[in-house]
Design a protein around this ligand. Structure first.
Ligand code: TXD
Length: 320
């Protein structure tokens, strides 16, 4: 039987995700957007590309949620994107309201789905989606680490003039300036990258990765990155739908792993048909552990703002 992926938000990331999923032949796609005609128009355009791209995927577009019925994965990309000078946390309140209008509809029409959150600020929005859905933690995760790792791989490949295929990288922590790129686990065909690059060159790559999202925002001026984010989502969706059990970083609820509890943070997970099938706890050195704890602390503060939001308070004003 054909599988279905629902994508909420038919903007840059959502529509490009739809394209990637269809053109990889992964699943049918149901696009939903609040703007009248947007999801319908993009769905029509993508359907017209199907004969040329040679896939038989079915795509629908709507402002309502009936079409998401039976979706194995629901990707939430709806929300505002960052504008230049705007931090991810500035987005929190606006996007929390948007998720509040979406998640109950997802629960109603696709109660068995795995929820993959893309909307920023990523970790607190993943937490909010978990709270609003009531889904088990195995079925709620956020995309960020795959993207951050891909950026580091791309920059390393450019610097070393080597194939991106041979470079592996692992970026953990919250999706933000405090992300934790792990130098020790960045390798070129198994060789630690520190053997091939000077410490200062490596530090520059890490810094560029940290600012990877902002670098694109600054150039685009009206919007944020979407090609690489959509590819990152497609890899995660593929691992779930095809039960590939890939080890990919994702924002998930930690329950004591890495010494962290009840916080959503990016860590390597085994991603398969059941969703987050395992959290891999890799041994970190004291510096890495401290960086992850600091990153999680930042997420925890944003989660407190989400808690206040859920209580109906005015979180941004009251929280300062
Ligand atoms: O690494 C990551 N996680 C990210 C996150 C990488 C890239 C983008 N990231 C975030 O995803 C970004 O900061 C935003 O919060 C989202 C979506 O980014 P995108 O670039 O796709 O934004 P667009 O093009 O503005 O699209 C958002 C769409 C737009 O069409 C709105 O009409 C729609 O969301 N929208 C809604 N759809 C359904 N329901 C509701 N309520 C709704 N509100 C807005």
């Amino acid at each position: 039987m054909r599988q279905k992926v629902a994508i909420i938000g038919a903007g840059n990331v959502g529509a490009t995700c739809a394209q990637r999923i269809l053109e990889r032949g992964l699943a049918d796609v149901a696009l939903v957007d609040v703007v009248e005609g947007l999801a319908q128009g993009k769905a029509l355009d993508l359907a017209e590309a199907a004969p040329l791209e040679g896939h038989d995927g079915f795509i629908s577009g709507s402002t309502t949620y009936e079409g998401i019925q039976g979706a194995a994965v629901v990707v939430v990309t709806a929300g505002l994107a960052r504008k230049p000078g705007m931090s991810r946390s500035d987005l929190l309140e606006a996007n929390a309201k948007i998720l509040q209008s979406i998640i109950p509809n997802v629960v109603r029409h696709a109660p068995e789905a795995i929820l993959l959150v893309v909307t920023n600020p990523l970790d607190p929005m993943t937490y909010l989606a978990w709270r609003l859905s009531g889904f088990p933690t195995e079925r709620v995760l956020g995309m960020a680490g795959v993207l951050d790792s891909a950026r580091l791989r791309a920059f390393a490949a450019q610097k070393l003039r080597l194939s991106v295929k041979d470079i592996q990288a692992l970026v953990l922590g919250g999706h933000g300036d405090s992300m934790v790129p792990l130098k020790r686990f960045t390798t070129v065909s198994g060789v630690p990258i520190a053997e091939l690059l000077s410490a200062s060159d490596l530090e520059a790559l890490i810094q560029r990765t940290r600012e990877g999202g902002a670098e694109v925002v600054k150039l685009l001026k009206t919007g944020s990155a979407f090609y690489a984010p959509a590819s990152s989502v497609a890899d995660m969706v593929q691992s779930i739908l095809r039960d590939e059990k890939r080890v990919l970083p994702a924002s998930v609820c930690l329950k004591g792993e890495y010494g962290l509890r009840d916080v959503f943070c990016g860590v390597p997970v085994r991603l398969g048909a059941r969703g987050v099938e395992q959290i891999l706890e890799i041994p970190l050195d004291p510096n890495e552990k401290a960086a992850l704890a600091a990153s999680a602390k930042g997420v925890r503060q944003d989660m407190d703002v989400v808690d206040a939001f859920l209580k109906g308070a005015d979180p941004v004003k009251k929280g300062g």
